[in-house]
Write a protein that binds this ligand. Sequence first.
Ligand code: NA7
Length: 544
Amino acid sequence: AAQTGDTDVDAVVVGAGFSGLYMLHRLRDELGLSVKVIEKADDVGGTWYWNKYPGARCDSRSWFYCFSFDEEIRDEWQYSEKFPEQPEILEYQRFVADRLDLRRDIEFNTEVTSAAFDENAGVWNVETDDGSTISSQFFVPAVGNLSKPYLPDFDGLESFGGEWYHTAKWPEEGVDLSGKRVGLVGTGSTGIQIMPRLAERSEHLTVFQRTPNYGVPARNEPLTDEEWEEIRENYEEMWEEAHASDAGLGFDTEFDSIDEASEEEIDRALEEGWENGAQGLLNVFTDVMVNEESNERVAEFIRSKIREIVDDPEVAEKLVPTDHPYGAKRPPLTYDGYYEKYNRDDVELVDVGESPIERIETDGIRTGDSVHDLDIIVFATGFDAVTGTFEQLNIQGRNGIDLEEKWDAGPRTHLGLAVHGFPNMFMVTGPQSPSVLTNMTVAIEQHVEWISDCIEYMLDNDYSFIEPTEEAENEWNEHNDEVVDQTLFDQANSWYRGDNIPGKESTFLIYPGGLIAYNEKCDEVVENDYEGFELKRSIESAIA
Ligand code: NA7
């Protein structure tokens, strides 16, 4: 084996969410490496540890929002609903961690403050907030895509007389909303999930919406034992289908394009999609994200549904999205009657697209001439997504190359897995990989397996260092640009492109070609002996 020798462990993994847990299992239990996972929180769970806000749920169907790699674990777990709620997903990860005895190699309550590659010794030095440094041969940030919360820099927030919370840092003990006038800022997937709970539990709710979104009902429901029996009977094939599908959920689309069907057939498919819930409406036309006409047909259908549900026509018009194509911003699913809640007398919608939030005052939020009096403000204002999560680790590669600087004009990676200048660093669901455009657990399994197979190949062939070439990285970048140019994604200001963060370069952060094309590309690289990567046996040759 070609381990570099003088290191504390063979691999340091950052994060104990889905990615870090499976990475630890593969490297430790399949390859026999020594691994240390460093986790900021006091438990496993990642995204599902932090996002404890009421109504937090996964928009992927539950039987696919878990691991498939271990048949026993797969068949033993049973989610209680079609779309799992946060506490249950957290419970699932705890179950996996215990079953695979993962906790003993996880250092909880510890934050990585920096990670630097020492090109003289050929090792990674990972510093943590307790003042210690761990050295390792491999460095694997498995930090998810949405782990750096974003709070806009509102003037006057410190003068607010009430309480305020960001949804991604919701307190463990919850928030007492009874009798309170609550303000909700943001109507992305998170705002849409929490809104009905806030409406039900508070005295009065004011929703501050900047951009209306295309909410489609999830049609969440409990899953019975009989339904689970049926799932388990077909689980193997279902998983095969999910792994071989573009979004990791095994859906078939109804029509290739808008011209392929009659008006009646399309109406029927749209109605069915709406009634069936889930991501049904994304699957009516194969070309929904590349053909404006197909897209507009779906968008117009959703607008008509919002107008049907919301009683007050003025409120309905504010909720109807017209500024961007369907799916160009992350299309949210709605739960607990989201649009219906706007028919309540104690719910008010404020259009801050028209009249922006000017400042926060002692009594509440000021927009234009009026102050909206509030006791509690809930910020569902999102994340510095995809790149932000990796950049916050302060990663330095060879010769002090800083990852954040390197990505200043947008991320540069090979396959979203590795970065030129950063030997032996592997990212799980990094920028320019399919990640959040797919069902994350499927994307994670593919990535973790690719990474551990690569490390196994290195050990078997006496290689100590691996790094993608600059040329391969440039090609991957160009390919990403080419694919995204064919889509409608550039017609929205979205976190997919970093547009939500002031000063962040606007560039598409995720591989937009789907899992099928992506997996083929990853397999091809392996078949061609890690084409696009340089493999080295000594540090001298690695930094030459
Ligand atoms: P998102 O999707 O980034 O949503 C953030 C929301 O906050 C969105 O409605 C924003 O409006 C709004 N926002 C952000 N800044 C402001 C200011 N300054 N004033 C008013 N409104 C503002 O984050 P989520 O947490 O909902 O979802 C993230 C992902 O998690 C989700 O897509 C799933 O993949 C899971 P905007 O649309 O920018 O006008």
